[in-house]
Design a protein around this ligand. Structure first.
Ligand code: SAH
Length: 216
């Protein structure tokens, strides 16, 4: 894969992820392979391998690498899985998912972000990802069900209309809590008997807002 970064930076990047507790080898390898510098603004390329969130267009953010790796690890992805992401943003998380899953549908409410993410993913050869302009809080009726669902914007509560799209045996992971401040990363698993809910760690995400954005 293309990479413009200094090798030491990439080594530090891996080390930080391991130190913080990421142990799944496939996830670590994928984090190493996906060039994060291509998903940040040009001005931020230098800092692309620091473990921090960064601003992107439309007032949104690309998530912190540790959080991307952690959420991905929690999903326990297999090549046969169909995955839904709410909040495509830069497309970085979708690129990570695409290497570990079968099919990825990622949804974004800003046209500008959706178009940029789609172009980057195509350029990187992530042909199993579809980027859709839609509202993740009010999903189109014709999509799903999915084996895995990952929400990368803060939801005050999980819409029934979203949880309904999770297959039996499926895992959903989402930041749930107030739009301002700290949310809890919640993992739902659907079994034949119903939904199990587990609270994982505290996180900070930009809010999930209703509707497709009016501006670009
Ligand atoms: N996963 C992204 C980061 C997501 S930031 C990455 O890897 O870069 C959260 C994103 O969710 C923002 O781009 C925001 O516009 C989007 N978003 C917020 N509410 C949404 C909604 N209701 N439907 C779809 N996308 C939404």
């Amino acid at each position: 894969m293309t990479s413009h970064q200094h090798p030491t930076e990439k080594m530090m990047f891996q080390l930080t992820l391991r130190r913080r507790g990421i142990s799944d080898q496939a996830v670590l390898r994928t984090m190493e392979e996906v060039p994060r510098e291509l998903f940040v603004d040009e001005a931020d390329r230098e800092g692309a391998y620091r473990d921090t969130a960064l601003p992107i267009a439309c007032g949104q953010t690309i998530s912190q690498p540790f959080v991307v790796a952690y959420m991905t690890e929690q999903l326990q992805l297999q090549k046969k899985h169909r995955v839904l992401e709410i909040g495509a943003g830069s497309g970085y998380q979708a690129a990570v998912l695409s290497r570990l899953a079968g099919q990825v549908l990622t949804i974004e409410r800003y046209r500008k972000l959706a178009d940029t993410a789609r172009a980057r993913l195509e350029k990187l050869g992530c042909h199993n990802v579809e980027v859709m302009l839609a509202d993740g809080l009010n999903l189109p009726a014709n999509i799903g069900p999915f084996d895995r669902i990952i929400v990368t914007a803060a939801m005050e509560q999980l819409p029934e209309n979203l949880v309904d799209r999770l297959e039996v045996g499926g895992i959903l992971i989402a930041p749930v809590g107030p739009h301002q401040g700290v949310q809890t990363l919640v993992r739902l698993t659907r079994t034949e008997a119903g939904i199990n809910r587990k609270e994982l760690v505290e996180v900070r995400f930009v809010p999930a807002l209703p509707g497709v954005a009016r501006e670009l």
